[in-house]
Structure formats: C-alpha cells, structure tokens
Design a protein around this ligand. Sequence first.
Ligand code: NAD
Length: 425
Amino acid sequence: MGEEGAYARFCATVDAAAAVAGLSDPSLLVRIKRPERVHEVSIPLVRDDGRHEMLTGYRVQHSSARGPYKGGIRYHPNVSLDEVKALAGWMSIKTAVVNIPMGGGKGGITVDPHVLSPRELESLTRAYTERIWRAIGPLVDIPAPDVNTDSRIMDWLADEYGRQSGLADPAVVTGKTVEHGGSLGRDKATARGGFDVLEAALNAAHEDLRGKRVAIQGFGNAGANAALLLQEAGAIIVAASDSTASLVASEGLPVDDLIAYKSRGSHFCDWTTFERKRADSPLFEQVDILVPAALEGQITAENAERVTARWIVELANGPTTPDADDVLARRGVHLLPDILANAGGVVVSYFEWVQDLHSERWLLEEVEARLAVVMRRAYDAVTTLAADKGVSMRLAAYAVALQRIATAIGEAEVAPRRSVSTMIL
Ligand code: NAD
C-alpha cells in the first residue's frame, strides 16, 4: 500500500476536499478528522485443539456528529489500528454523502478467519462482543458486516449483546439474517447501490451497459453480486478474482457457476476450465469497466498506467491511492469513488435499523426503490458540486460530506443533539 498509511490518506483527502467545501477553520478540520473514541481489546480464544490464543480487536468510533456511529467489522490478518481508523473515517464521510442520519465507525479483529472452525469463529465473535458491548448499542453504535464477516456472524453478535446487556434488541447490529431481523435486500445492497450510480453516470454520458466488458477484483459479497447485476443488464464479465487467482474468459464467465463454486468454499486457483492468472490481473485486463471489490491500496501510482478501463466503480473501500487518482484523472478515466459507489450497503443497513426500531418489515421492491432514490440523490449532489468546482467525483463527494458534517457540528454546539432521528423517505 505504499509508505503512507490508510489513515494518513484519509486525512490528506479530507484536507484537499476542505478547500473545495470552503472549510478553512483548522480546529474544525482536526475535529472532523480525528476519531472521537478508539477501543483496542484483547480477545481470548480457545482453539479446538485446546491451545489458548490472545487476539487483538478494535472498534473505532469516528464521528457521531450526524447520528449514531455506523460501520462494519472486518476479520483479516492485516487489520491494524491505522486501517480501522481510516475505515471509520470513510464511514463518517459515506453516511454524510448519502445523507442518512448516522455517523461513522469501524471494527476489526487481526485474524485469518479461514483457519478457524465454525465453533472457533462463533467463540471469537462472542468474545469480541463481550469486550466491546458497553461501547455499542442500538442508539449509540451499530456494527455491520465487512470483509470476511457475514449475516451469521452478525446474528451471533446481536445474540451476545443481548446476553451481556440483558437487552435483546436486533437494532444493535445490521446485516443480520432475515430470520433474526435482517432486511431483505441487504445482501445485494452494496452491489446494487454501485450499479445504480454506474447506471446514472453511463446515462449522463449517453452510454449503456449492454456489451460492456467488465473485470472484477474480489468475488465476495460486493463483487459477486455486482457481477450478477451487471450480467443481467447485458454486460460481459470477462475476468473475476478471489485472493488466490483470477479467472479470465474473453467470451464471458458464467457468473452463476462462479457463485455456486465459491459458496462451496472453493478457490479460483483450483478451477481448471478457464484461463487462470494472478489475483490482481482484473485490474489490467482489456475492459470497459473495472470493479475493484477486494481490499484497499490496489491501484497505485506504479500500476495505474496499466489500467485500461474507462470506468472504475470502487466497491472496495480505498482501492485507489491518491497518486493513482492523479494518473487516472490525467488519462480521462471516469472514477466513481468508494464513498459514493459502495454506500448502498450502509444505506440498506440504515433501512434495516429503521425497520428494527419501528418493528416493520419492508418488501424487497420497497427496499430497492428507496435505495435507488437515496443513491440517485447522492449522485446528483456529487456531480453538481464536481461540475461547479471543476473537481473529481471523489473530491466533490468528500466536499458534500464535509459540508454536512460541519453543519451538524455547528448545530450541536448551539443545541446538543438529544435523540436519534430516522428519516422516512
Ligand atoms: P468478502 O469477504 O465477501 O469478499 C472479498 C473478496 O475479495 C473475496 O472473494 C476474497 O477472496 C477477495 N480478495 C481478497 N484479497 C484479494 C486480493 N488481494 N486480490 C483479489 N481478490 C482478493 O468482502 P466484501 O464484503 O465483498 O468486501 C469487499 C470490499 O468491499 C471491502 O473493501 C469492503 O470494505 C467493501 N465494502 C463491502 C460492503 C458490504 O456490504 N459487503 C460495503 C461497503 C464496502
């Protein structure tokens, strides 16, 4: 990822966008950038063979200026405090871009969950929850899934929160299974939100998806669902990767088969029918649209010249470094930035929270229609500011968010916020 850490990159982008947003008060900017609270916890885990291990976990509560902290929990060997701080900051910006009444937070455990048995995974999740439950809550901080965490893990977290606090409330976490209070449409929400934004951008450029060639880096929740939606709209998925390899087929990959294959826990490196390449090859395939949907820091100044796509839809958080942004902008690549393009997940997480708080159940069509409205409004706000100021979509998205956060901080200073609000669209 280069010498500069993810949190420093977050701060640098906030500084650059502050000028666009017309915010010049240095103390306000420090307040916007610094996390309000950082929790670091030690998590005991007894392995199936009886060994005792002590793992490290985090929950960073970045900003509550616009509402309760909101953000996912990641299980990955590279999780570090620096990374979680950046991810938490991005969440504060993201919830502000899409204008839902929530702040930003993020959590993680430094662990490779693939080496854990289901019992160990559940035990780890419950032990992490035991460590952080006092810091979270339905009106305080609402976690959600992220890399390597799913609805089953969110169910465990909600259940353990209920045991510890004595308050069984499904609104403490989103991204749960539908049986345990999850929302219909949450599983595909990140991909669908990105799809909505891409469609709006292609329409504005008088282009359409049919026949467009697409490469996807990271075939997990975000990437695989994006592949499905894009294929349904007539695009051709020519490359897709997981962490072990990429599969490439110029005539198009069978997305349903790939999803079924991955759901059995198999790795692309073991698939023999298609051409296999390195895991990062989707970044450099000859395509129209590139969807980075794996981890941060993938498109760098060193490799950005080799990206041939004219459109990039950032479903991953932070996949492009600032130096790479400059290279791509110089080459006229249309980049739909993460804080806008992958915000569908947090929007439907917010819908799930509203449904749980109000004991409501929305139909799938209702969820998707409301999501499309929110994404479209956010896209319009960002493109309008980008055009007004002559800046990139990323800077414009940050600037829209910073203006909203600064307003909330200003309002809180005049009259402190006493209750959470939910907006009905
Ligand atoms: P996931 O764990 O479901 O999938 C991640 C995929 O990326 C897996 O297929 C994994 O094998 C692959 N991968 C990991 N390292 C890779 C590498 N070096 N090269 C190629 N592939 C690699 O995770 P997810 O939930 O789909 O999240 C993916 C990205 O999207 C993350 O950056 C996450 O923060 C972001 N995101 C996810 C959501 C969501 O709702 N799931 C919402 C917003 C943002």
